[in-house]
Design a protein around this ligand. Structure first.
Ligand SMILES: NC(=O)c1ccc[n+]([C@@H]2O[C@H](COP(=O)([O-])OP(=O)(O)OC[C@H]3O[C@@H](n4cnc5c(N)ncnc54)[C@H](OP(=O)(O)O)[C@@H]3O)[C@@H](O)[C@H]2O)c1
Length: 295
């Protein structure tokens, strides 16, 4: 039995659907079985277990009889995310889960300025010592994240001002992350204990803006700005911790912490990852077709 947490979310629901499509025995863990996302993103017949990452006893019960736990990382303030991951790992060990597949981040180094680095460093250490075999899948920046949080908010102004210097990174779509997670969860013993999922091409923000301009037909230029300027602009539309989290992520990109690609996705999925250009073309044409901003 494979249990997928975060199953109402973008990645978790896609992982659960893909595993079900491969004929696996899948259970979806949700916070609210009546949520619209549970009804719309998961097959009607998929068994649900209800638990919140805050509730270690509910997690322990939800993980009963589970062979493979796909632990989709939590989101929110760093202290809450750290606690959620710790609860899930402690519950997995108590329930004698057979294997944990965890979606981590690329940027867990001691020198990283990124807001979430220490959280994921702690989670990975806890996983390594919890007594349950695990696979850590460090995921690059989602293409959707770049589009939603950086490109779309400034598209009308024609200028993307970020404190990311000329750092490069290699975005990967959520669909590709989910495809890799599902393939590994289906046969965890066949893959290494640590995988790093990135796209296959390094881009800086000049490249990202050029690709967006071409795909959308709207000119967008990158301008390097200070952390203070970005944080002030982001604070006008986002609550903490996001202005600080995104500014520190830009700083980390600028310091070169995302400046690499891996062949992990191709090794697992046996195809190339979707390029950022193809992702944008697909997303923009889907939005035009639907007449709404969704990805
Ligand atoms: N690499 C990147 O660029 C990037 C960017 C953003 C986020 N992330 C990370 O990747 C994860 C998956 O991404 P996504 O796009 O699938 O996110 P998403 O669509 O926001 O889904 C998050 C899932 O986590 C669940 N969740 C949140 N808090 C929970 C709690 N306290 N207890 C139980 N479940 C809880 C949500 O349940 P509800 O539906 O009940 O809220 C939802 O199912 C995120 O959670 C975040 O850690 C990575």
């Amino acid at each position: 039995m494979i249990l997928v947490t975060g199953a109402t979310g973008h990645i978790g629901s896609e992982v659960a659907r893909r595993l079900a499509g491969r004929g696996q025995n899948v259970v979806a863990m949700v916070r609210d079985a009546n949520a619209a996302t549970a009804r719309h993103r998961l097959p009607f017949s998929m068994p649900l277990r209800v638990a919140d990452y805050e509730d270690i006893r509910a997690l322990r019960t939800a993980f009963e009889g589970v062979d493979v736990l796909v632990l989709i990382s939590s989101d929110g303030a760093a202290s809450a995310v750290r606690r959620h991951h710790a609860n899930a790992i402690e519950a997995a060990a108590a329930a004698a889960v057979g294997h944990v597949v965890f979606t981590s981040i690329l940027d867990t180094g001691e020198l990283s300025p990124f807001y979430f680095s220490s959280v994921y460093r702690d989670t990975e250490r806890q996983l390594a010592h919890c007594g349950v075999p695990s696979t850590i899948l460090a995921c690059g920046l989602y293409s959707e994240f770049v589009l939603d949080n950086w490109l779309l908010p400034c598209a009308a102004s024609g200028e993307l001002a970020l404190p990311a210097a000329y750092g490069q990174f290699s975005p990967i779509s959520r669909a590709d992350v989910a495809a890799a997670v599902a393939a590994i969860a289906a046969r965890p013993g066949r893959f290494p204990e640590i995988g790093i999922l990135t796209g296959d091409r390094l881009l800086d923000f000049d490249d990202i803006c050029a690709i967006y301009s071409e795909a959308s037909g709207r000119s967008l230029r990158y301008r390097l700005c200070s952390i203070e300027e970005y944080s002030a602009a982001a604070s006008a539309r986002l609550d903490e911790p996001w202005p600080h989290a995104f500014a520190s992520l830009c700083a980390s990109i600028g310091h070169g912490h995302y400046n690499f690609t891996t062949s992990c996705f191709a090794a697992v999925a046996r195809r190339k990852p979707e390029s950022f250009r193809d992702f944008l073309m697909r997303t923009i044409s889907a939005n035009l077709r639907d007449g709404i901003a969704k990805h």
